[in-house]
Every structure is written in C-alpha cells, then in structure tokens.
Write a protein that binds this ligand. Structure first.
Ligand code: SF4
Ligand code: SF4
Length: 136
C-alpha cells in the first residue's frame, strides 16, 4: 500500500555533506518532497520531508537513514504558542533554527511566526512554562 509519511530528519555534522537522502529514491524507489531544510552554525542539518512509497519500503528507507546516524521524528501536525503561558524568557528563541520564534524589539516580547515553523518540537522541550504545544 502506498503511504505518505511526514518526518523531521536531524543530520549529524558528518552526514550533512553526503547525498544519503537521494539514496531513498535510488535504493528504495521512494519519492520525496523536501518541505524545509536548514543547517545550523555547527553544521548539523535539519530537514522536514514527505516520503511517499510502499509502507514497507518507507520503513526500510528510514532504517537506512537511521543506520547512517540520522535521527528521525514524525512531524507534528501543528505547533501552537499559548500566549497566556508565555513569560517571554527567550529560551525558545535560542533553540529555534528557523527564526519562527524571535524577540521583537523594542518590546522584548517573544513572537511566533507560524509560517516559518518546521515543527521540530525543540521549543516544546525547551519551554519552562509549557507555552509551546505540539498538536497531533
Ligand atoms: S520558552 Fe516558553 S515562556 Fe519562554 S519565551 Fe519561549 S514560549 Fe515564552
Ligand atoms: S517547532 Fe519550535 S523550535 Fe522548531 S521550528 Fe517550530 S517554532 Fe522553531
């Protein structure tokens, strides 16, 4: 059965320069759409993608990536910021690689631009007041 999976891939530094995502098509016959990609200042990579193929081949392809050091998370449907819980401490700004969370000047309020979010959930883990929520 053909299925589509949305996943977040975290590439370690050593894997960023290697075309291992292309191997999904070459070795497993999978199609993919890259929805968002970024490389951190420390050269770790983050990619949000849709993988389309036979469910068995999807799993084999993801296992192939795991064996090469790539961490894989399912993509949350949505990330929400609960304004009433936010104390504008800025912790989430430091972990957000896409600048979806940013400090507004001169108010020093933390704002959320949903359009830039790749649903990596790092802010959900980092927020001390649980103001960032992942909705499935
Ligand atoms: S970490 Fe949480 S409380 Fe702090 S600014 Fe971000 S959303 Fe607000
Ligand atoms: S989930 Fe949070 S840390 Fe990740 S991109 Fe979205 S706002 Fe930024």
């Amino acid at each position: 059965m053909i299925e589509t999976r949305k996943v977040v891939l975290h590439f370690p530094q050593m894997a960023v320069d290697r075309p291992i995502v292309c191997d999904l098509a070459l070795h497993f016959g999978l199609s993919f759409n890259i929805l968002r990609a970024s490389i951190s200042p420390h050269h770790e990579g983050l990619m949000v993608m849709e993988i389309i193929g036979e469910s068995e081949k999807n799993e084999e392809g993801l296992q192939y990536l795991r064996e090469r050091g790539v961490e894989i998370q399912p993509l949350s449907q949505d990330i929400k910021k609960v304004e009433e819980k936010c104390i504008h401490c800025g912790t989430c700004v430091g972990v957000c690689s896409t600048e979806a969370l940013f400090m507004e000047r001169p108010s020093f309020k933390v704002r959320y631009d949903e359009g830039k979010c790749i649903a990596c959930e790092l802010c959900v883990l980092a927020c001390p007041t649980h103001a960032m929520e992942a909705l499935f």
